[in-house]
Design a protein around this ligand. Structure first.
Ligand code: FAD
Ligand code: SF4
Length: 335
């Protein structure tokens, strides 16, 4: 790891100014939440910033607030464990996504913003020995190489899978992500926060250099059902092979405003629009959930070594739909 200067700001404004000042003076600088992902990259020589701006101990944007209209705001520094325990009743899809991520030790430290902004786990990207497209090289090495854990949708340019489980749930919940930067902050729909490699090969989100995530907002969800499920090779200390979040509004016994988002399958949390259209306006049962699972595969472009993921995507969409409707999804005994 290269030596770096640790900057300990006293406020979010000071943190944003420190990042802007470093970038303006030609230094490289990175924000740090709990550092569970950032420090890995520093140690692996994937990144060698001159400064690390430590947000972890800031005394605001670190709690979950409910506003008078029933909306929920989650501060950037809220840990994955706190999201899981604090929002189980309100937002089960997000609580389950956070509860199952990584390990208990990581979840107790990792921040929600850090989870959303973590970089991909593609082994060619992480290794200092490879110079792939995402690092300024000429080709995606995974497409012709070892791609068993890579994307089966939207993989034409770069075949990473977006690593954030919380992002899958937040896109399904149509959440908003608020940022802070010296020139003023912005608010993104979660779906617009994550960007495809065709938009920016060097980034996975729309943040400008030095811009910080400060809050995540979810509007009041009257009569809304939600669920998140995943399939993993190992039950602990592992990444999903496929995961999904489902959100819909129960109206007259049928599902309305259906949003089905697949994770671990594309460079961004991936809306399964054909499956959404199939379920819209219907009562969810086992037969419909199975058909929706198959419909979720529309547009899939598996690579040489990852076609095995397709039945997993279909299964995880089916199970998540069933869980969202309160029906047995077959994973109960493992939970
Ligand atoms: C074995 C293992 C299994 C894992 N499994 C999963 C899993 O199943 N699902 C999952 O979602 N994750 C998984 N993770 C990843 C883990 O959840 C992340 O490491 C963690 O969420 C990152 O949070 P952090 O606060 O430590 O981020 P940091 O390491 O501090 O930061 C990560 C990135 O976010 C940026 N950043 C941090 N805060 C902000 C901010 N406020 N604004 C802008 N940028 C910011 C940093 O600059 C950095 O680029 C796994 C990790 C391990 C090691
Ligand atoms: S998937 Fe993306 S990060 Fe991985 S080798 Fe291809 S271009 Fe690089």
């Amino acid at each position: 790891m290269k030596n770096f200067e640790r900057v300990q700001p006293r406020s979010w404004d000071e943190a944003a100014s420190a990042l802007a000042a470093a970038l303006k003076s030609g230094k490289s600088a990175e924000a740090k939440g709990a550092g569970t992902e950032l420090l890995d990259r520093l140690k692996e020589y994937n990144l060698a910033p001159d400064q690390v701006v430590d947000l972890r101990r800031l005394s605001s944007h670190n709690s979950i607030l409910r506003n008078s209209s029933g909306g929920i705001s989650i501060g950037a520094l809220v840990t994955l464990s706190a999201v899981a325990s604090g929002l189980r009743k309100d937002l089960p899809a997000l609580a389950d996504a956070c509860e199952g991520a990584a390990t208990p030790q990581i979840r107790n430290a990792a921040t929600l913003a850090g989870n959303l902004c973590q970089r991909p786990r593609c082994w060619y990207f992480r290794s200092s020995e490879f110079q792939c497209l995402k690092k300024g090289g000429v080709e995606c090495l995974a497409k012709s190489g070892e791609n068993e854990f890579h994307a089966v949708f939207g993989n034409n340019t770069c075949a990473i899978v977006h690593p954030s489980a919380a992002g899958v749930a937040l896109v399904a919940l149509n959440a908003r992500i608020e940022t802070l930067a010296p020139g003023g902050g912005r608010t993104f729909a979660a779906a617009d926060f994550f960007v495809r490699p065709e938009v920016d090969i060097f980034a996975e989100n729309a943040l400008k250099p030095g811009e910080l995530v400060v809050d995540i907002h979810v509007d009041r969800l009257e009569g809304v059902r939600s669920a998140y499920r995943k399939i993993k090779q190992k039950q602990a200390f592992d990444w999903p092979l496929a995961d999904a979040a489902v959100v819909w509004r129960e109206t007259g016994g049928v599902a309305r405003d259906v949003r089905i988002v697949i994770g671990s399958a594309a460079p961004v949390p991936w809306r399964a629009k054909a499956a959404e259209a199939l379920v819209e306006g219907k009562r969810i049962d086992a037969a419909l959930a199975a058909k929706a699972g198959e419909a979720a595969l529309e547009g899939a472009t598996p690579l040489g070594k990852n076609a095995y993921k397709l039945p997993m995507v279909a299964a995880v969409v089916r199970r998540t739909l069933l869980a969202s409707a309160g029906l047995p999804d077959g994973t109960e005994e493992h939970r």
